[in-house]
Design a protein around this ligand. Structure first.
Ligand SMILES: C[S@@+](CC[C@H](N)C(=O)[O-])C[C@H]1O[C@@H](n2cnc3c(N)ncnc32)[C@H](O)[C@@H]1O
Length: 268
C-alpha cells in the first residue's frame, strides 16, 4: 500500500471511529485491508479506497472499522476491578439499593461484559437485587460474538471452576474441533448489546449508571476524543458511581471532572 492511500485510509478510520493509526501501523493496516480486498474481490488498496468512497457503499465503513479494530480481551482481565465492583455493590445493597445499571463501553467479543454479569449475579442475586448491563462496541462482528456467547474452553482459564459450571454449558466444537462452551441464558439475559461509536457523543443513553467500564479502548484515541468521551461518561455516571479504565490508561493528563479513587478507578 502506498503512503497516500495509507494516509487516506487513516483519515477515514479516524473520522469514523476516533482510532488514531500512526505511520508505523502501515504493515498492520495493509494486512487487515487485504482481508477486505479478498472478501470483495478487489485488486489493490487504491481500488478499495475508490470503492469505499463511492456513493452507496456506506456499509463498507463498518466492515473497515471491524477489520481495523483490535479486539484482544479475556475473562477477568485486570481482575481487581471486579473485586472492587463486588465490594461497591455489596455496600450499595446494604444501603438499600435493589436494582443496578452498568455499562461496558468497549465490550469486544463479550468476555468483559460476561465477567461483569457473573460478578453482579454472584453479588446481587443472593441479596435479592438485580442488574442490567449495557454492552456496546463499534464492531458489529464482535457484537455478534457477544450475543452468541460461545467461547473456546482453552480461553476460559480465568473463570473460577464453580462459575464455569454454573454459568456455561457445553456447546458444539469449533470448526477446527476445539471444545467450546456457551454462556447460559440466565446470565445472557442480564445484558443487552448495541453498536455505539465512542468517538461520536452525545450517546442515546440517559443514565444514571452505577458503574462504567471503558477499558483498553482510550489508548487508540487522541486526547480530543478522550475528553469528549469522558464528559459523556461523567454525565451518565451516578454521583458516587465508579468508572474503570484500563491499567495503562490513567486520566492524569486528560481534562475531566472525575476524581481518582485508586489507579484506573475513578468516581463522580
Ligand atoms: C482491545 S479491545 C478491549 C476490550 C475490553 N474492553 C477489554 O479491556 O478487554 C478494544 C475494543 O474497542 C472497540 N472500539 C474501538 N474503537 C471504538 C469506538 N470508537 N467506539 C466503540 N468501540 C470501539 C474495538 O472494536 C474493540 O472491541
Amino acid at each position: 500500500m502506498n503512503t497516500t492511500t495509507f494516509n487516506a485510509l487513516c483519515k477515514i478510520v479516524y473520522n469514523k471511529s476516533g482510532i488514531v493509526l500512526s505511520e508505523n501501523k502501515l504493515a498492520l493496516v495493509s494486512a487487515r485491508i487485504n482481508r477486505r480486498l479478498r472478501a470483495l474481490n478487489i485488486a489493490d488498496p487504491e481500488s478499495y479506497l475508490t470503492f469505499l468512497n463511492a456513493k452507496g457503499n456506506d456499509d463498507e465503513f463498518v466492515s473497515l472499522i471491524d477489520a481495523i479494530s483490535t479486539n484482544v480481551t479475556s475473562f477477568y482481565r485486570e481482575n481487581e476491578h471486579f473485586g472492587f465492583l463486588a465490594e461497591a455493590l455489596e455496600q450499595w445493597v446494604g444501603a438499600g439499593q435493589s436494582s443496578f445499571t452498568g455499562w461496558c463501553a468497549a465490550a469486544s467479543t463479550g468476555e468483559e461484559p460476561y465477567t461483569l454479569a457473573m460478578t453482579c449475579a454472584e453479588t446481587l442475586s443472593p441479596r435479592g437485587a438485580t442488574t442490567r448491563i449495557l454492552a456496546t462496541d463499534i464492531s458489529t462482528d464482535v457484537l455478534d460474538k457477544c450475543r452468541e456467547g460461545i467461547y473456546r474452553n482453552d480461553k476460559m482459564d480465568g473463570i473460577p471452576a464453580a462459575y464455569r459450571s454454573k454459568y456455561f454449558r457445553n456447546a458444539p466444537p469449533s470448526k477446527l474441533g476445539d471444545p467450546q462452551s456457551q454462556v447460559t441464558e440466565s446470565l445472557r439475559k442480564l445484558l443487552s448489546f448495541h453498536r455505539l461509536n465512542l468517538s461520536s457523543p452525545p450517546f442515546p443513553m440517559k443514565g444514571p449508571m452505577d458503574f462504567i467500564f471503558i477499558r483498553n479502548v482510550m489508548i487508540y484515541f487522541d486526547d480530543e476524543t478522550r475528553v469528549r468521551l469522558l464528559k459523556e461518561a461523567y454525565r451518565l455516571l451516578k454521583p458516587g458511581g465508579y468508572l474503570m479504565v484500563g491499567h495503562s490508561e490513567g486520566l492524569t493528563n486528560i481534562k475531566s471532572d472525575f476524581q481518582l479513587v485508586r489507579p484506573s478507578i475513578y468516581t463522580k
